[in-house]
Design a protein around this ligand. Structure first.
Ligand code: GLN
Ligand code: ZN
Length: 759
């Protein structure tokens, strides 16, 4: 470790690592979609973008941040922006002359080109676009966006700090079309990063934040050596801003001493998810660095325990060169502000902090740290009072639920051996070989959406709405009968969203009015907030599914969302271990399965599309996660008799690391997204000892294309090489809610014909 002295830096005290960009009223979403639809032109879009940036910057400066992140604004995604900045968009969009249209073509494709792949940003619910690097990628710097935004901020008098994604994170998250390790391109990219630093300095940057969240994942020794190489080289650039390397979403571990040994000026550390005071104390070189202490959680919605945060900050003061109060991550993952919520009950509201409130907390902490706690005595007192009401609120403890969970024996999550269940179920269901089914939802038509909006506005009565939904269900059942599918579904017309639908009916959750968070591009979600003990007061789905079953002799599959997915797509309470919360949700779902069974439902599907998503970033934490995830799924599905067939559905991921857990779920049938790599998934499942029913999706529902009979037949024949016919199911790879009725009918007709041909 070399002992380096920081260059002269302008000190600052309070900041956040990044901010949401979609607009408090989703203005950017609307503008971008209008641009796509041709209703506004590029200059009108740019004007909306500029207005939003100006509003954000001035609000953050007015809130007392003395360093404001700039450059995280994006029309789609910051990884895509980074690819564009380094000339790394794929050749298939190169022919599109207009840069904005080229950018959007890479983001979402068009008639002629496929978009980039999209995947989850670490363990968050945000999706980034995966840069594609190939032999034809010739990196070249086009650094207009970030320097321009920086100048814009400086002109406004905002104390701006440029933010870019670091080379290690950019490359590690990219994919190399030649199947090589993208990091081998590092030495081509590094000179461009150096040039970028120089250009940022010329644009007036005193500080640049280089985001390297990849440093909180498991790195090899060779990769750690690259950390030293990259930051040694970048810090050696002569005319550059001060460098702050931002780590977040976890603990940098072995990467931290390496970073500290280079001549960078600062590091950002996430103290809300793993980094400890001991980590800092163990590295004397940090005494010469600026340390951004992420003590305000950038990913949840809870008010910070300011006393606890202050004590962390107080301890850090001694071991760091200069201490800055910060959020743990970008605020991209939280809603904008509680100001947009008129209807949250006041006590609940006092426990919350969305983006704007978290900025205020950062400011309060920085003031307490530098001017003493007396300067913010009122703020500290009100935070303390809110925390106290939260700790004592009766809604946080439902003793009935707790007692029931305590009373469950160890076999509450176990069923009879799968082979025995199969015999009982086959006897009861009498299904043909290669049974055909769908994943649950049918097209959410404009008419359905209109009905739901009318219900919310009070234009139709709940009775009228129910009547309309029953008509939809009847239509979907009739369609499936006509097509000759074997296991029917009710189509989910009544569900706005597969998590929100259940959250709205369970105690312990509440929904926000405007708590939008960007999921990808212009898509935003409004995760429910799980704040208390979860309890089910009454059946949630039985009426709908029972109605569907009353219309047909074929089995109708009951459709539920699993506990892991409900947690993954909500903001979850932080005052108890997540596995305890998962068990409460599991118990509610379990009760629902028992009620469905009592209503004559013979097959129940419990969807877990988010199983992969919550997998921890570090190997050491993975098993504990899989234990509670699998345990809660099994708890939710083991209350029914052995003759009731349990299905699950998984999608959205490379299943690699959770493949063993899929077998452990012990669902009688698993339908799995596989349209793109059919055989691979089956072979992986076989290798993991999976021996239950499986329905590898035989066509991709994400595209409007209707698959031909031939194509599905081939796909089934292939599958039969990996799986015996007795275990193989025939289904699309996901729900049909985003498709149009005509395509759905044509595709399913071909699916049924293919199954018949192969039988
Ligand atoms: N049952 C759900 C549906 O069909 C599953 C959705 C999903 O996998 N995300 O829509
Ligand atoms: Zn799916």
């Amino acid at each position: 470790m070399t002992n380096v002295h920081p260059r002269t830096t302008t000190p600052f005290t309070a900041t956040v690592l990044g901010i949401p960009r979609i607009g408090p009223k989703r203005e950017l979403k609307r503008a971008i979609e209008s641009y796509w639809a041709g209703r506004i032109d590029a200059s009108e879009l740019h004007a909306v973008g500029r207005d939003l940036r100006v509003a954000h910057l001035t609000a953050l400066a007015a809130a007392g941040l003395d360093s404001v992140p700039v450059g995280t604004f994006s029309y789609y995604d910051q990884m895509l922006d980074t690819a564009a900045m380094f000339g790394a968009l794929p050749p298939r969009v190169a022919g599109i002359a207009d840069p904005l249209d080229r950018y959007f073509a890479a983001a979402r494709g068009n008639d002629a080109v496929e978009p980039l792949e999209m995947t989850k940003w670490f363990d968050t619910n945000y999706h980034y676009l995966v840069p594609e690097l190939g032999p034809e990628t010739a990196f070249a710097l086009d650094a207009t966006k970030v320097p321009n935004e920086l100048r814009e901020a400086i002109e406004l008098g905002v104390p701006a700090r440029a933010v870019i994604i670091g080379p290690l994170t950019f490359l590690k998250l990219a994919k190399d079309s030649a199947e090589g390790n993208p990091l081998r391109r590092l030495n081509e990219l590094l000179p461009l990063y150096k040039e970028l630093l120089t250009q940022l300095a010329e644009a007036g940057a005193q500080w640049v934040q280089i985001d390297e969240p990849v440093l909180v994942t498991d790195l090899t020794d060779a990769e750690l050596a690259l950390v030293e190489h990259v930051y040694g080289e970048l810090s050696a650039v002569a005319d550059r801003p001060s460098i702050l390397v931002a780590t977040y979403f976890g603990r940098p571990g072995a990467a931290l001493p390496v970073l500290a040994s280079t001549a960078i000026e600062g590091v950002a550390l996430d103290f809300t998810s793993g980094t400890t005071l001991e980590d800092v104390a163990a590295i004397p070189a940090l005494a010469n660095k600026v340390v951004l202490a992420g003590v305000v959680d950038g990913r949840n919605v809870w008010r910070t325990d300011l006393d606890k945060a202050l004590s962390t900050l107080g301890t850090l003061l001694g071991g760091t060169g200069s201490l800055v109060v910060s959020t743990s991550s970008s605020l991209l993952h939280t809603p904008y502000s509680l100001d947009a919520e008129a209807d949250i009950e006041p006590t609940l509201r006092s426990w919350l902090a969305f983006g704007a409130e978290k900025v205020a907390e950062v400011r309060v902490l920085a003031t307490a740290l530098h001017d003493g706690t007396d300067a913010v005595a009122d703020e500290l007192a009100s935070a303390r009072a809110a925390l106290a009401t939260r700790a004592n609120d009766p809604r946080l403890r439902d003793n009935t639920v707790r007692a029931r969970l305590d009373a469950l024996g160890p076999d509450a999550a176990t069923r009879a051996p799968a082979a025995d269940r199969r015999v009982l179920q086959q006897e009861r269901l009498g299904l043909p070989l290669l049974p055909t089914t769908t994943i649950g939802s049918y097209p959410q038509t404009p008419a359905i959406r209109k009905d739901r909006a009318a219900l919310v506005k009070g234009e139709i009565t709940p009775e009228q709405y129910d009547e309309r939904m029953r008509a939809e269900i009847a239509e979907v059942i009739a369609l499936q009968e006509k097509l000759g599918l074997d296991v029917l579904v009710h189509g989910e017309p009544e569900r706005n969203d597969m998590v929100q639908y259940f959250a709205e009916q369970l105690d312990g959750f509440f929904a926000t009015a405007n708590g939008w968070v960007q999921s990808y591009g212009t898509r935003c979600v409004r995760p429910p907030i799980l704040y208390g003990d979860v309890a089910r007061q009454r059946p949630m789905t039985v009426e709908w599914i029972g109605y569907a079953q009353s219309l047909t002799d074929k089995p109708v599959k009951g459709m539920l969302t699993g506990p892991v997915t409900i947690l993954a797509w909500s903001f979850v309470r932080d005052d108890q271990p997540i596995e305890d919360t998962a068990r409460q949700v599991a118990l509610a779902i379990r009760d629902e399965t028992v009620d469905l069974q009592a209503a004559g439902i013979r097959i129940i599907q419990v969807d877990e599309p988010a199983l992969r998503e919550l997998l921890p970033l570090r190997a050491e934490a993975k098993q504990a996660y899989l234990d509670w995830a699998v345990g809660s799924f099994r708890l939710s599905t083991s209350g029914v008799s052995d003759a009731t067939q349990i299905h699950t559905h998984l999608c959205y991921s490379e299943f690699g690391e959770v493949i063993g857990a899929i077998a452990d779920l012990d669902a009688d049938v698993t339908s799995i997204e596989a349209a793109r790599s059919h055989m691979e998934v089956l072979e992986d499942l076989n290798a993991a000892g999976f021996s239950l029913g499986v329905g590898p999706g035989v066509y991709d529902i994400h595209s409007p294309r209707v698959p031909g009979v031939e194509e599905i037949t081939t796909s089934l024949r292939e599958a039969l090489e990996a799986v015996p016919a007795e275990r193989l199911w025939v289904n699309p790879d996901c729900g049909l809610k985003t498709r149009g009725p005509a395509e759905v009918e044509a595709s399913l007709r071909n699916l049924v014909a293919a199954a018949q041909a192969v039988r």
